[in-house]
Design a protein around this ligand. Structure first.
Ligand SMILES: [Zn+2]
Length: 91
């Protein structure tokens, strides 16, 4: 699987620490990058492994581990009516 800018993706796996607060979130990939080292879970503040490809969502400053994501097929044009293109994470 490859995720490119503009792809519709869904978070389908919990973080390495076990937190699953944003599983189910759907967003449009805006950027991808390769990361090294470790990141911190925003929920429990444990280390989460983040080496590898990261994909940015919406505003571009939220990065998600590629291994947690699944690319989903965008709905056909007709079904897109009334659906917001960018879903914001709850704060
Ligand atoms: Zn956590």
């Amino acid at each position: 699987m490859e995720i490119k800018r503009g792809d519709l993706v869904q978070i389908v796996k919990p973080r390495l620490c076990g937190c699953a607060d944003n599983v189910g979130q759907i967003f449009i990939a805006t950027e991808t990058m390769r990361a090294w080292g470790r990141g911190f879970c925003p929920t429990c503040h444990k280390n989460t492994f983040c080496s590898g490809v990261m994909v940015a969502s919406g505003d571009g400053d939220r990065w998600h581990e590629f291994s947690r994501l699944k690319k989903i097929d965008p709905p056909s044009t007709g079904e897109l009516k009334g659906v917001p293109l960018r879903l914001k994470e709850p704060v």
